[in-house]
Each structure stands twice: as C-alpha cells, then as structure tokens.
Design a protein around this ligand. Structure first.
Ligand SMILES: NC(=O)c1ccc[n+]([C@@H]2O[C@H](COP(=O)([O-])OP(=O)(O)OC[C@H]3O[C@@H](n4cnc5c(N)ncnc54)[C@H](OP(=O)(O)O)[C@@H]3O)[C@@H](O)[C@H]2O)c1
Length: 285
C-alpha cells in the first residue's frame, strides 16, 4: 500500500486512519463533505493531505476507504472515475461488495471490512476499534491486505460471504442496537418508583457488566439466571401485572422475550418441562 485515503472521516474513518497511521501505514489523504472533519483528521494524522473532492483523493491514493454513511457508499463508488489496480473498500456491515460494483467494473480490487463493534463518538471509536472482531468480505489480493490491517489493530477476523451480510448485520443489530433499546426501557421503568433514568443506569451497571461477564465466561445456556431459569411462575405473573398497570405498552415485548427465554432455561436444565408449559401459557396469553 503506497497511499491510503479516506472518503468520509467521521467515527469509523478517523479510528481506522489514526490507528493505521500509528502502526506505520501510509495514511495520506482525507476527504469529507464536512471540511471541519477533514481538518480534524489531518490534525490527528501527520502528513495527511486534505482533498476537496472524492475524485481528487482517488486520483492520488492506491487504497481508498469509503467510510461515509451506508446510503452514500454506492453514490461515491459510482461518481468517481477509478483507476485499474486501485483497492476500494468500505466498512458497512449490511452492504456487500456489490455496492462497489462501479469500482470493480473499472478494474479495482474491492472488499468490505466491518468492525463488529459500536462507535458512538470519534473518541469512543478510537478507544473501541483496536481488538475488535472484523468481518471480511473480499477475495485476494484484498483479503490479504485486510488481514494485515486487522493484525495491526490487534483484532480477530472472520470471513463472510456476500449473501450472508444482511443476516449477519441483523444479528449484530440485535446484539448491539436492540441491547441499547432493552436497557433504555428497563432503566426508564425506574421513574415509576421515583428514580431517574441516569441513576437507574448507574445502578444497573454492575448487573449489566455481570451479565456480559457471565455470557463470556459461563456461556449459553448456563449463564441464564432469574425467574425463567428457576421456573418461578408466580414471579413472572407479578411482573406482567405490574407492567400492565404502569407501562402496558411493554407487556408484548416482555412476553415475547420471556417466550424466547424458555428454550434457554430448558437447555440449562433448571427449568422443568412442566414449569415451561405453565410459563408458555402465561406468556402467550
Ligand atoms: N458507527 C458505528 O458504530 C459503525 C460500526 C461499524 C461499521 N460502521 C460503518 O462505518 C461507516 C461509517 O460510519 P460512521 O459511523 O463513521 O459514520 P459518520 O460518523 O457519520 O461519518 C461519515 C462521514 O462521512 C461524511 N459524508 C457523507 N456523505 C459524504 C460524501 N458524499 N463524501 C464524503 N463524505 C461524506 C459524513 O458527513 P455528514 O455527517 O454530513 O453526513 C460524515 O462526516 C458506515 O458504512 C457504517 O455502517 C459504523
């Protein structure tokens, strides 16, 4: 790689650019429709030039990251005149290399490198990127280059097929985005006993971290704790009654998740078939 450039230098572009430059990769160009973003990137990466257009950057770089929002990747790929032999990659989890078809048709090598992680701000992305798992959709020679990048970031890589990307990204969305949603609703409920959501979040941090710790170190299904794992029907009945009274719109979500928890309890072996049948009736009601 002689010159690596980034089109779109928000959270993910900045994290890749800064860490790769620190590891000695030739990060040499940045372009963003927000000039202040390009300027910030260039301040963080010594020797990096700012380009006003994607075309100007692509004319100078032999390895281009398109790290714009997902919806824009295809437009950028279609509107640049690429040079044969260039490498063009994006970091989207939901899109495959199909979105880079215009670059591929121009003789470029294309690939996807998706950091399986969550980046809520530039600072958080700088902290979270190293050590991530990266899913790669590419063939040689790009695959080899992407593996080198992952190694430099102390990450792990997994290879994905183009046709699996949508389901893969749905899985990541459930694990990450909808986890936020669950914690949001769980901590919002505390307002009914006069505890603010921020205090509830603070109070829940040990149980949230303990839960992740159990998933990592105990694993499924044995990590499951709580009333469903114990077959505690009366507790679940009390939960449903309380939710019906205070936050009825959460009852369908509570019941749906409860039903999906039954197989984990059964697999763990602490939930009996008889209790599971009682719970299934209660949660299906
Ligand atoms: N954030 C995450 O947690 C995460 C995790 C894994 C993968 N990814 C992937 O990483 C990629 C980048 O996401 P991100 O979170 O870094 O997004 P981001 O923080 O919004 O950064 C994207 C940057 O690209 C700019 N941009 C928009 N259109 C452009 C164009 N035509 N030319 C040049 N720059 C343009 C945006 O400006 P505006 O703000 O004005 O649009 C923004 O500054 C996406 O493919 C995303 O799916 C994100």
């Amino acid at each position: 790689m002689n010159g690596i450039g980034f089109i779109g230098v928000g959270k993910v572009g900045t994290a890749f650019g800064v860490h790769l430059a620190e590891k000695g990769f030739p990060v040499a160009g940045a372009m963003d429709i927000l000039p202040q973003e390009s300027a910030r990137f260039a301040e963080m990466v010594t020797g990096c030039n700012i380009y006003d257009t994607a075309q100007a950057l692509a004319d100078q770089m032999d390895f281009v990251f398109i790290t714009t929002p997902d919806d824009v990747i295809g437009d950028v790929a279609a509107n640049v005149t690429w040079k044969p032999g260039q490498t063009v990659v994006h970091c989207s989890g939901a899109n495959s290399t199909a979105v880079l078809t215009p670059a591929r048709d121009s003789g470029c090598h294309v690939g996807c490198i998706h950091p399986c992680n969550s980046f809520a701000s530039v600072q958080q992305s700088l902290e979270n990127l190293p050590g991530s798992t990266f899913t790669l959709e590419a063939s040689e020679p790009v695959l080899r280059e992407l593996k080198t990048i992952v190694e430099a970031l102390n990450g792990k890589w997994m290879k994905l097929r183009e046709q699996d990307k949508a389901l893969y990204h749905a899985a990541v969305c459930i694990a990450c985005n909808y986890f936020y949603t669950l914690v949001f609703h769980a901590t919002d409920l505390w307002k009914h006993f006069d505890i603010s959501q921020s205090d509830a979040v603070e109070a829940c941090m040990p149980i949230l971290k303990g839960t992740l710790n159990n998933i990592e170190h105990v694993g499924f299904p044995d990590c499951l704790t709580g009333p469903i794992a114990r077959g505690d029907v009366s507790t679940i009945r009390k939960h449903i009654a309380a939710l019906k009274e205070k936050e009825p719109r959460l009852v369908p979500l509570y019941k749906a998740l409860g039903l999906e928890t039954l197989p984990i309890g059964l697999a763990k072996g602490t939930l009996s078939e008889q209790k599971a049948t009682e719970l299934r009736a209660l949660l299906s009601d």
